[in-house]
Design a protein around this ligand. Structure first.
Ligand SMILES: Nc1ncnc2c1ncn2[C@@H]1O[C@H](COP(=O)(O)OP(=O)(O)O)[C@@H](O)[C@H]1O
Ligand SMILES: [Mg+2]
Length: 184
C-alpha cells in the first residue's frame, strides 16, 4: 500500500509473483476474473449497480452510493449499508477507513459527519439520533455498547429493541460508539 492508499501487492504476493486476476469495465459496471494460466478459459463475468477499481477512493463510493442513502434517512426513509465479502477484501477499510488521506475516510465516520451536518442545516425539524452497536460473529450476537460484551443475545424477532441505545447530540458521541467496539 503506497502513501496514497492505493491497494498494491504486498511483499508475499510479490514474492509469489502473483498476478492481478481482476479487471473492470467501469462504464458497464462489470468485473472480470481470470483463472491464472488458463489462457483458453473466458474470464468469469459479473455485473453490478456500481464497481470501483483499486485506484478509486472511498470518497467516490461515498458520494455515489452512500450520500443519497444518508440523505434519504434524514428525510425519514430507512437505509442500510452492508459490507459483505471474504476476509481481506477490504470491508473494514471501506467502513472504518483511515483519516489520511481524507479521500480514504471510512463510510462510518463520513456518514456521522454527514448526518450532523444535515441536522444543522435543517429548519423546522427536530432530530433524535441514537446509536446501537452489535456484533454478529459465528451466528452469535453481542451488544458492543452493553456493560458485558461477552453476553450473548438471543436471536428473536425483536432482539434489536433490547440493544443499548446511546443518544448522540454531537458527532463525536456517535463516533465514540464506534471506537468503543474497535478498542475491544
Ligand atoms: N481500498 C484500499 N486501499 C488500501 N488498502 C486497502 C484497501 N482495502 C483494503 N486495504 C487493506 O487490505 C487489508 C485487508 O483489508 P480489510 O479491510 O482489513 O479486510 P476485511 O475487513 O474485509 O477482512 C488491510 O490491510 C487494509 O488496510
Ligand atoms: Mg474486517
Amino acid at each position: 500500500i503506497d502513501e496514497k492508499h492505493v491497494l498494491e501487492q504486498n511483499d508475499r504476493e510479490k514474492a509469489l509473483s502473483c498476478k492481478m486476476v481482476l479487471s473492470m469495465d467501469l462504464q458497464r459496471c462489470q468485473c472480470f476474473i481470470e483463472k491464472p494460466g488458463a489462457v483458453d478459459e473466458p474470464p468469469k463475468q459479473f455485473t453490478f449497480d456500481g464497481t470501483y477499481y483499486i485506484d478509486q477512493a472511498t470518497e467516490q463510493m461515498y458520494n455515489e452510493i452512500v450520500y443519497p442513502l444518508v440523505e434519504g434517512v434524514t428525510e425519514g426513509y430507512n437505509g442500510t449499508i452492508f459490507a459483505y465479502g471474504q476476509t481481506g477484501s477490504g470491508k473494514s477499510f471501506t467502513m472504518q477507513g483511515v483519516s489520511e488521506p481524507a479521500t480514504q475516510k471510512g463510510i462510518i465516520p463520513q456518514a456521522f459527519e454527514h448526518i450532523f451536518e444535515s441536522i444543522q442545516c435543517a429548519e423546522n425539524t427536530k432530530f433524535l439520533v441514537r446509536a446501537s452497536y452489535l456484533e454478529i460473529y459465528d451466528e452469535e450476537i453481542r451488544d458492543l455498547l452493553g456493560s458485558d460484551t461477552n453476553q450473548r443475545l438471543e436471536v428473536s424477532p425483536c432482539f434489536l429493541d433490547k440493544l443499548n441505545r446511546l443518544r448522540c447530540i454531537r458527532r463525536s458521541q456517535m463516533y465514540y460508539c464506534s471506537l468503543v467496539s474497535t478498542a475491544r
